[in-house]
Design a protein around this ligand. Structure first.
Ligand code: ATP
Ligand code: MG
Length: 161
């Protein structure tokens, strides 16, 4: 199951993040793909805001992981861009964080190759140069039942971000 939405500006990406935040529950895994600057961290920042986190949200570009204690669950925000190999995330012990009780948001999941389990929801953000500097297109794919349930709520609402 998949859905494609146009995001004319960063505010639209932030509204989408707020709607997806409502789908999250312990164990939910979200993958965020897209070129440098496509908006993955912007999306995650808005997701955290919608979940009630008021503090600073730093990009995990160098640390690879930032951790947030939220009221309903722990959220781990990964950025695998700088992983040195497919197995690097396993060598770092990050598989311990995919514990079924926490939410994981993973930027650059492709850097972990096939060793990374399938997510519930996979967003692929792309620039849309024909529509201006701020425009993005996002393709959402849902490999699991709870991911599909989330996409259904987004689709039913007409994708109006
Ligand atoms: N439609 C849009 N959606 C998201 N971000 C947008 C949009 N239009 C403009 N922007 C801007 O683009 C930038 C996206 O940067 P961001 O750090 O979120 O990208 P990223 O995908 O996480 O990159 P990286 O791969 O380097 O981690 C931000 O400055 C944001 O304000
Ligand atoms: Mg980022």
């Amino acid at each position: 199951m998949s859905l494609t939405l146009e995001l004319p500006d960063a505010a639209a990406t932030e509204r989408l993040a707020a709607r997806i935040a409502a789908c999250l529950e312990p164990g939910f895994v979200l993958h965020l793909s897209g070129d440098l600057g496509a908006g993955k961290t912007t999306f995650t920042r808005a997701l955290l805001r919608a979940l009630g986190y008021a503090g600073r949200v730093k990009s995990p570009t160098f640390t690879l992981l930032e951790s947030y204690e939220l009221s309903r669950f722990q959220l781990y925000h990964f950025d695998f861009y700088r992983l040195s190999s497919d197995r690097g995330w396993l060598d770092a012990g990050f598989d311990d964080y995919l514990d079924g009780r926490s939410v994981a948001v993973i930027e650059w999941p492709e850097r972990a190759g096939a060793t990374l389990p399938a997510p519930d929801l996979h967003l692929r953000l792309a620039f849309d140069p024909g529509r201006g500097e701020q425009a993005r297109v996002v393709e959402l794919r849902a490999p699991t039942p709870r991911g599909r349930a989330c996409l259904t709520t987004l689709g039913v609402a007409g994708g109006g971000c």
